[in-house]
Design a protein around this ligand. Structure first.
Ligand code: C5P
Length: 242
């Protein structure tokens, strides 16, 4: 079945920013991007007008760029303004954070100044469990608690560094400094695929010239211009791809 003829059959899961539906093709799901925004493990809630439209467009374009460079992702096609067709995967319950500069929880944990360049990209693993507040783990924890196999962990970390090179270059081309971001991977019959989304909801993006924050930290820190920020990132990403 062609992906653009698909329709939603059943709601499978509603997350903080997206709703996942089974589609008429058993191997494909439809992701619906909402405007809802949350921060601090759901303690702060709000809505950002047009966020869903922007994040769907930004993520679709970035997944296409990564696929064109040999990264295997769950992305199939953009179905509508707020909907994306993706391959059905079983999400590996590990959030992979890649950092190029110090910010956020790393600044706090290490007592280091925000903005400090790291000598090389840093890959961190967190156990994806909201009830525990997504604690940081290492490979040993991941193996001991059967979150992923050795082979999967090796693949995920190698892939994360490949993705980082591509993303840093891509964002640099549109005047954005990619400070850090979160990736998720999923198991599928084709192997482990990059899943979830890549958008200002899960990335720190700073304007290279002005240093202006162009990501969800504007919501976390009440900096205003929320819709405008997501639209600006979408405008820049679209200009690069089309
Ligand atoms: O909070 P922290 O500094 O560890 O976040 C690092 C990066 O990972 C940020 O870009 C943040 O947006 C992203 N992140 C995320 N979802 C989480 C935790 C972190 O998107 N649950």
């Amino acid at each position: 079945m062609s992906a653009d003829k698909l329709s939603k059959v059943e709601k499978l899961y509603e997350g903080k920013a997206k709703v996942l539906y089974q589609s008429t093709d058993p191997s494909l799901l439809i992701t619906f991007f909402k405007d809802d925004a949350t921060a601090f493990n759901g303690q702060k809630k709000g809505s950002i007008g047009e966020k869903g439209v922007c994040n769907n467009s930004i993520s679709s374009n970035i997944f296409m760029m990564l696929e064109a460079h040999g990264i295997k992702t769950h992305f199939v096609s953009k179905l509508s303004e707020r909907e994306m067709v993706v391959k059905k995967v079983t999400i590996i319950p590990i959030e992979v954070v890649v950092r190029n500069k110090v910010a956020g929880s790393l600044a706090k944990r290490m007592g280091a100044p925000t903005g400090k360049e790291l000598p090389e990209p840093l890959v961190e693993l967190y156990y994806k469990d909201d009830s525990l507040g997504d604690p940081m783990i290492n490979r040993g924890h991941a193996k001991a608690f059967n979150l992923a196999t050795d082979q999967e962990l090796e693949h995920i970390e190698t892939e994360a560094l490949k993705i980082n090179k591509l993303l840093v270059e891509f964002f640099k081309g549109i005047g954005l400094d990619l400070v850090d971001y979160k990736l998720e991977f999923g198991r599928s019959p084709e192997g482990v695929l990059l899943a979830d989304e890549i958008s200002p909801d899960g990335c720190r993006l700073w304007d290279i010239n002005s240093g202006e924050i162009l990501d969800k930290d504007r919501f976390r820190k009440d900096l205003g211009k929320l819709t405008e920020t997501y639209q600006e990132v979408n405008r820049r990403v679209s200009s690069m791809v089309k």
